[in-house]
Design a protein around this ligand. Structure first.
Ligand code: 5GP
Ligand code: ZN
Length: 114
């Protein structure tokens, strides 16, 4: 999609610190990290948010979760744990409208979130 920041990161038009990529997914470091490890994981295909997800996206979502699991292991986060979240809409503070998951780790997180 034109004029989408994360589409441009996925196709290399805008530089980022890419940690993993394949035909379906890209993981890159968040520009404003909220934890020692803060990775953004996106599908290459443009979906504005979780609101656009359908049953047909099941394999893609499974793939994103498997990639996140591997990334967490590679980053050494699996033992102590981490958070894997997607913000949807204004109450959650979504600021980029290309579906993305935050993989956050390396410190404890409170619950419920503020
Ligand atoms: P949201 O608030 O939509 O859940 O998350 C958007 C995330 O994208 C934020 O954590 C923000 O720091 C990150 N972000 C915004 N612009 C850029 C950018 O140009 N490059 C990278 N790597 N991350 C960005
Ligand atoms: Zn996009």
């Amino acid at each position: 999609m034109q004029d989408c920041l994360f589409c441009k990161i996925a196709n290399g038009e805008i530089p980022s610190k890419i940690l993993y990529q394949d035909a379906e997914a890209v993981a890159f470091a968040d520009i404003n990290p909220q934890a020692p490890h803060h990775v953004l994981l996106i599908p290459r295909r443009h979906l504005a948010s979780m609101k656009e997800v359908t049953e047909q996206d099941g394999a893609l979502l499974a793939h994103l979760f498997v990639v996140a699991n591997k990334l967490a292991q590679d980053l050494g986060l699996s033992e102590r744990g981490y958070r894997f979240v997607t913000n949807v809409g204004p109450d959650a503070g979504q600021s980029v409208f290309h579906l993305h998951f935050h993989l956050l780790g390396g410190r404890p997180f409170g619950w419920p979130p503020g």
